[in-house]
Design a protein around this ligand. Structure first.
Ligand code: HEC
Ligand code: HEC
Length: 354
């Protein structure tokens, strides 16, 4: 009897040593530092992309973020992911005027493109978030979007051995929490850069044949008579990262920036969106009022409401508007279409992981 006990004890000790050994041979936390590679002309304007000190970019973090971006488990009924409203072929925007959440109701604003946001400082049409990490918290619990709760999301992810491994490799954590979910998503979003349009080839890379004559004259209107670059700045981003009122309404239904700041002086101001891949990201404006670029350009030409509250000082200050000729409007539209970047719209590094 005693002998058996001793043998059992020895077996147990060996098993324990073995288990211990096995553990040390398991996955290791040793993430690979990564960098967002951009053309030199982008660096000349913007410098290096800034990453939060507590969320440096790593290959493992980006891979996890990409998987989470396409993860339907984030929504209450497992039916939608971030990518359901931010579709790659549409510049990570939604072609629907208003996106449908899991409960079938529509949100009140047009979804926004996810392009070069690593250089942005204010998020949502009304700027209510100032980091990509902060932004990514919101869709999960928004009742008209994913309508879920964070405890439920982290429970589901924790139950997946694949996610447990990916979170360990990316962040060295064994207990998954919301902060690390949004960190991974933000890392992936910072890699979603688009600087390879025909405009870039013409303007920054010196390929004079990359734009045709219509597009070149459209560019001249964009920077000249049209004054578009006062706000959609030619700093490679086509936005100045500000919130401005471009004069859509005399009595704006959506308060825009004021909704966040509470200041009457912010009423009617909205994020100046990038114009990259603008042809793909229709419909246009925060409320999707315009279906085509022709309508947008016609609006700037003759539809601006000069009595809109807090109208921006950059809005063409001559009464009826810019009064662009039909030809000028067509050229400006042609130029805007040359801001599309087919490689971005099909880059498999941003597509749903297999
Ligand atoms: C049901 C559709 C829907 C889903 C799902 C959704 N979004 Fe959005 N997204 C929107 C809408 C609509 C806006 C603009 C809302 C506003 O301004 O109030 C937006 C705005 C954004 C912005 C701001 C872009 C900018 O330029 O300021 C980012 C970034 C973003 N979403 C990322 C995500 C991520 C990450 C997820 C998944 C965790 C996600 N979205 C899920 C519809 C959606
Ligand atoms: C005063 C700054 C300002 C000027 C000047 C300006 N815009 Fe805008 N633009 C904005 C703002 C702000 C928005 C978003 C407005 C909203 O949705 O309420 C916008 C939206 C747009 C959109 C729709 C983007 C989207 O994703 O829905 C297009 C296209 C556009 N502008 C093109 C132009 C062109 C072309 C010109 C020149 C004729 C121009 N803009 C001049 C500030 C400006």
């Amino acid at each position: 009897m005693k002998k058996i006990k001793i043998v059992a004890c020895i077996v147990a000790v060996i098993a324990a040593i073995h288990a211990c050994k096995k553990k040390s041979e398991g996955p290791v936390y040793n993430p690979t530092a990564a960098k967002v590679e951009v053309p030199t002309y982008v660096k000349a304007y913007l410098g290096e992309m800034q990453h939060p000190a507590d969320n440096p970019l790593t290959a493992e973090g980006v891979e996890l973020g990409r998987k989470l971006f396409y993860e339907k488990m984030l929504s209450n009924d497992n039916s939608i992911s971030c990518a359901s409203c931010h579709k790659q072929e549409f510049g990570f925007d939604d072609p629907a005027p208003f996106s449908k959440g899991t409960n079938g109701t529509l949100g009140g604003r047009n979804a926004m493109a996810i392009i070069n946001l690593g250089y942005n400082t204010g998020f949502f049409w009304d700027g209510r978030r100032n980091t990509l990490e902060g932004q990514a918290h919101d869709p999960v619990t928004n009742p008209v979007e994913m309508a879920n709760t964070w405890p439920e999301v982290t429970k589901r992810l924790q139950n997946s051995s694949e996610y447990r491994l990916l979170f360990f490799k990316a962040f060295g954590i064994t207990v998954i929490d919301s902060n690390h979910v949004v960190k991974a998503i933000a890392q992936f979003e910072r890699t979603m850069i688009s600087f390879d349009s025909r405009f870039d080839r013409y303007y920054y890379m010196g390929d004079s044949s990359a734009l045709n004559s219509k597009e070149k004259s459209g560019l001249a209107i964009f920077t000249g008579k049209g004054m578009c670059n006062d706000c959609h700045r030619m700093n490679t981003l086509f936005t100045d990262n500000e919130f401005r009122n471009n004069g859509l309404d005399v009595d704006p239904k959506d308060a825009g920036l004021m909704q966040f700041t509470g200041l009457a002086t912010d009423r009617g101001k909205f994020k100046v969106p990038t114009l990259r891949n603008i042809f793909e990201t229709a419909p246009y404006m925060h409320d999707s009022r315009f279906k085509t670029l022709e309508q947008v350009v016609s609006y700037y030409s003759s539809g601006v409401q000069q009595t809109s509250p807090n109208i921006d000082e950059h809005m063409p200050p001559f009464g009826a508007g810019l009064a662009l000729t039909t030809q000028e409007q067509a050229d400006l539209v042609a130029f805007l279409k040359a801001l599309s970047d087919p490689a971005f719209l099909t880059n498999t590094a941003f597509s749903e992981p297999k």
